[in-house]
Design a protein around this ligand. Structure first.
Ligand code: PEP
Length: 260
């Protein structure tokens, strides 16, 4: 059977949780819970804190687990005087495949802007990895009716400088900020509406082939009980999962929403 044009990607963003010892157990348990049908139907990535990456890599590589390693952030420079930062070169050395860039928590709490996000996305590609670029509106912006304008502006600026081939190979996560960690998820209609706007914009700016293959995740309080309906939206190609991904049973149940 030919591969679908957009293979779903379920990504677990652990944020600042799970130390390097706990990581080994969590990764092993997740791999045990994922069935061949699950991993046949979707790609699965985990995004531990930097201090847990080496533990996760060792387990994944030595046991050849069907899980991709991801990071939560990186700097755009390869090396230098950037105290506290992590280089994309270092992540690539750990067999990291996906790097989240521009998560709303970094945009809001660490002052990351679209220019920084576009530099990071370019650096991730330059080091052979795939960026997961996050965009999304605040509650005020949604209530003011500016969701489409805000998200379109973020996409255009955050992907500035990427080639059509790069955009076609990347992942974009639509994460309404009011739905992250709040228990309040968007409806499947909300998710589809904004995913459709993003895909149309990509088609206009980067061309139809890029729009056909770019993977669009939805993120914001995705749980085992709401995953199936959110993931059924035609332009939603997976999920970026925060809280529910800390429990390997929960993340596996979300993946199973695709395979069943
Ligand atoms: C996230 O961190 O990207 C996220 C969507 O978190 P949560 O699933 O907890 O809302």
């Amino acid at each position: 059977m030919p591969e679908p044009a957009r293979r779903p990607l379920i990504s677990g963003n652990w944020k600042m949780n799970i130390n390097h010892l706990e990581t080994i157990q969590v990764v092993q348990k997740l791999a045990y819970r994922l069935t061949p049908a699950d991993t046949g139907a979707a790609d699965v990535s985990i995004h531990p804190p930097f201090t847990s990456l080496r533990s996760a890599q060792t387990v994944i590589d030595s046991d050849e687990l069907p899980i991709s390693l991801g990071a939560q952030n990186c700097h755009w420079e390869a090396s230098g005087a950037f105290t506290g930062e992590i280089s994309p070169v270092m992540l690539a050395k750990l067999n990291v495949r996906y790097v989240i860039v521009g998560h709303s928590e970094r945009r809001q709490m660490m002052g990351e802007d679209d220019v920084m996000v576009s530099r990071k996305a370019g650096a991730v590609f330059a080091n052979g990895m795939v960026p997961i670029v996050c965009v999304g509106e605040t509650l005020d912006e949604r209530e003011a009716g500016t969701t489409a304008a805000v998200v379109s502006g973020q996409v255009a600026a955050s992907l500035d400088g990427l080639s059509p081939a790069q955009v076609g190979a990347m992942v974009l996560a639509y994460e309404p900020i009011w739905a992250i960690g709040t228990g309040r998820n968007a409806t499947p209609e909300d998710a589809q509406e904004v995913a459709g706007i993003i895909r149309a914009l990509i088609g206009e700016r980067w061309g139809a082939p890029a729009a056909a293959t770019v993977r669009l995740q939805y993120g914001g309080s995705v749980r085992p009980d709401n995953a199936a309906e959110l993931l059924a939206a035609p332009d939603v190609d997976g999920a970026l999962v925060g809280g529910a991904s800390l429990d390997p049973d929960g993340l596996a149940a979300i993946v199973a929403a695709i395979s069943q």
